[in-house]
Design a protein around this ligand. Structure first.
Ligand code: GLN
Ligand code: ZN
Length: 772
């Protein structure tokens, strides 16, 4: 039997972000719903046809989504919380978009949703999909949730493709993963306990897919690569035994990805399914164990092309590993490691990339081409595609040998780094005394996290500069004016430690990536982050260094305008790594250390220019945690080390801040302590300071600014509210440790909200000061 070539899922946003445009135009009321539906249909058809033309044996359907595949599943099984049910028919886009985005002011004018009668409902909670930068909407399951098949989206899309003459393999999220991702509607409740009530809905769905003509269905259960307890493993057996008993005539391809099956391998291979997909990019070592343990009648789908990164696959290396397996097993598929949702769509659209770097890359379309080639080589012999294989080998060899990826100076410098580089010369207890003497700040000093509103004018000026309509001098003059205004205003309202406002930055990673060596940027390499929001992660292809200071001039200018201290503002090495496509020819830890040295150079230059406070943001440190607990410590060790490497080149008098905009610290509190930042600002406003417990229980010694202003909403918090939060913080921490600041940067807010909110914050701090 031949080896079949398959795909697990394709990006739905469209090669030119057509879906984004259509969604936003519909939400703003510019176009109607029919236009949105039409765009979606056109995109689906084009995606299917394209995959068919690329020679795939197995094209997915149901991977399309108007917002998120987890939300699709929630709506499909009827898990729609009561607050949204009153907004329309349960299968309507009104309800769907309300769950996705809420129905507050911004969508109130939406032509896309009507008949809500002025309801004001928040969106469902959103969180990251496994260890990707994609966000899903968290299902909410309670003891009385009724499950029923509410939409037949997978069936409809299967039929839609069939009508175009394309026989697809529908993709759905499996019941166990979906329940494991859910949060309990009330505390202490276990969503997984509802499995037996949920299964009949899946049985009905699968039966309908079969009746519509599907022979295979891909059922995604990435939870199988996580640490699972016995109850979760038993849930897999229960679910898949039930499907095997109650749905005949349909084959299930159980898809696992983002890691190895590890200690869940025995559970996975024993499930009564027809096929199993395994990720051989994240976990290449599992090939032999899987091939050995999988019964011979189990169809194996081997994820051999990286669905999470942008590099060309070394096709010969894959063939070397797969050919022996193909010789022994008859039922074999090859596929990307996971859905291509996490990769940019088409490299062919990149016209401005350095051609040498471009030759090393493969985006979604190119990855499918690679799979088609691999399929031919496996089925007809390597000689049948000798020329294409030779071209691939040449690219792989060129990348390996290229002087672009290796900078001897960077390597020599890294080799010379010793342990002393990542330790401040003086312990915190002594540093803080020196810093207090120099900075002369009041107790409970007030500050902000860095950015001020990126207004329409700021974005317009940046766009004009990008297009060359506004020259460098004009753009700079504009930015200086914005900065000066921000400094004046901060002085006026009486903030203690000022920021320059970050008006010159498009994005906290891109701004630095554009100035560092070893980074490349795409024009159209968009990846969906959530809903209509897409990001264009930089590509780290070579050794990283900092040819020139990146922020010093802006800092110097801002500081020249005021006697109060202005913070130097940098993005940390772990966050830059985490939000980029990272080279795969050395460890992430090594790449991170290189970035750390580049940031260290900036830190010491800021100090030399006179900065007394330097903030190094590590917004993404926590989300870098590996999926398996056993791997956490190793990650935290090198991540913390990288931060310290970036931060420790300064004198003890220089105060290093860090900022983390999330509120789950329990798992990483020891690592946070080990970072040894003089001050850390964190997100706490929404969680009502609860997370400070983690800091209090471990007697966190350094200074902390727990956010007192939730910047995620336009709401202006009152003085009393912020005072109450600060008082609460004072119960777990000593007043000498506390700073007063918002939860995060203010770039997404409007000045009209920011001004009163920060004025109230300063007043709250003053009130509290008077009481201590
Ligand atoms: N300094 C950045 C800002 O204020 C931090 C952003 C973030 O943590 N996400 O925008
Ligand atoms: Zn933040």
């Amino acid at each position: 039997m031949p080896v079949y070539v398959s795909n697990l899922g394709f990006p739905r946003i469209g090669p030119r972000r057509e879906l984004k445009t259509a969604l936003e135009s519909c939400w703003s009321g510019k176009t109607g719903r029919d236009a949105l539906l039409e765009t979606a249909r056109t995109l689906r058809a084009a995606t299917w046809r394209r995959q068919q033309a690329l020679g795939l044996d197995c094209v997915p359907s149901g991977d399309f989504s108007f917002y998120d595949q987890v939300l699709d599943t929630s709506v499909m099984v009827g898990a729609i919380p009561a607050a949204y049910r009153s907004l329309g028919a349960p299968d309507s886009l009104d309800v769907y978009f309300a769950m996705a985005r809420g129905t507050q002011a911004e969508s109130a004018e939406s032509g896309c949703s009507h008949g809500r009668g002025g309801a004001d409902v928040p969106a469902q909670e959103m969180t990251k999909w496994f260890d990707t930068n994609y966000h899903y909407l968290v299902p909410e399951i309670g003891p009385r949730q009724r499950f029923e098949l509410t939409t037949t989206k997978p069936v409809d899309e299967f039929r839609e493709a069939k009508a175009l003459g394309i026989h697809t393999r529908p993709v759905i999220i499996g019941p166990v993963t979906w329940l494991l991702l859910a949060k309990p509607a009330q505390e202490g409740f276990e969503p997984l306990s509802r499995l037996s009530d949920l299964l009949p809905v899946y049985v009905e769905l699968l039966s309908r897919l079969r009746d519509a003509g599907a022979d295979w269905v891909q059922i995604d259960e990435p939870a199988l690569v996580l640490d699972l307890d016995d109850a979760a493993r038993a849930a897999f057996r229960t679910a898949y035994t039930e499907f095997a008993e109650r749905v005949s005539g349909l084959k299930l391809m159980l898809a696992t990805y983002f890691g190895g099956l590890g200690d869940n391998l025995d559970t996975a291979v024993a499930l009564p399914v027809a096929g199993l997909h395994v990720d051989l990019v994240r976990a290449p070592e599992q090939l032999y164990a899987v091939a050995e343990k999988a019964p011979t009648n189990l169809t194996l789908s081997l994820g051999v092309v990286d669905g999470r990164n942008v590099w060309k696959t070394d096709l010969a290396a894959v063939l070397d590993r797969i050919e022996p397996v193909a010789a022994r097993r008859t039922k074999l598929l090859i596929a990307p490691s996971c859905s291509l949702l996490h990769a940019p769509i088409d490299l062919a659209l990149e016209t401005k990339l350095d051609p040498r770097v471009k030759d090393w890359l493969a985006f979604g379309v190119q990855k499918l081409e690679e799979l088609a080639l691999l399929g031919k080589a496996l089925n007809n012999g390597r000689e049948s595609v000798a020329e294409a294989l030779a071209t691939n080998a040449a690219s792989i060899a060129a990348r390996r040998a290229s002087p672009l990826v290796r900078d001897p100076a960077v390597r020599a410098r890294l080799a010379s780094v010793d342990a002393g580089w990542s330790v401040r010369s003086t312990p915190f207890a002594e540093r803080t005394v020196m810093q207090r003497a120099i900075l002369d700040l009041p107790p409970l000093p007030t500050t902000t996290i860095g950015s001020f509103p990126q207004t329409a004018e700021v974005r317009k000026a940046r766009a004009a500069h990008g297009k060359g309509v506004l020259d460098d001098a004009g753009y700079n003059a504009f930015l200086r004016e914005e900065t000066a205004r921000a400094i004046r205003w901060q002085e006026e309202i009486g903030l203690d430690v000022l920021v320059h406002g970050e008006f010159e930055r498009n994005d906290m990673v891109q701004y630095f990536g554009e100035q560092l060596s070893g980074f490349a940027f795409t024009r159209g390499g968009w990846v969906q982050s959530y809903g209509s929001r897409c990001v264009r992660p930089p590509i780290i292809y070579g050794d990283v260094s900092r040819p020139m200071p990146m922020t010093v001039d802006w800092w110097r200018y801002a500081q020249s305008l005021t006697p109060r201290p202005v913070k130097g503002m940098l993005t940390g090495p772990v966050t830059i790594l985490q939000w980029s496509f990272v080279r795969d020819d050395q460890s992430r830890a090594d790449t991170c250390r290189q970035i750390a040295l580049a940031i260290r150079d900036e830190v010491t230059d800021l100090e030399a220019a006179g900065a007394k406070i330097i903030q190094i943001d590590e917004a993404a440190l926590r989300e870098g945690l590996p999926l398996r607990r056993a791997a956490w410590q190793h990650y935290l060790d090198w991540a913390v080390e990288a931060f310290r490497l970036a931060a420790s080149g300064v004198r003890p008098e220089t105060q290093v801040h860090t900022h983390m905009c999330y509120s789950e610290f329990n798992d990483i509190i020891a690592a946070i302590g080990a970072m040894d930042a003089d001050v850390i600002s964190i997100e706490t406003a929404r969680s009502k300071m609860e997370l400070l417990d983690a800091f209090a229980t471990c007697s966190y010694p350094n200074e902390i600014g727990p956010g007192v202003y939730d910047i995620h909403s336009p709401r202006v918090p009152s003085t009393a509210e912020m005072e109450a939060l600060l008082t609460k913080a004072g119960e777990s921490l000593s007043a000498t440790q506390l700073w007063v600041n918002p939860d995060c940067g203010l770039k997404t807010r409007k000045w009209e909200d920011v001004k009163p909110a920060l004025e109230n914050m300063v007043t709250a701090a003053a009130a509290l000061r008077a009481r201590i």
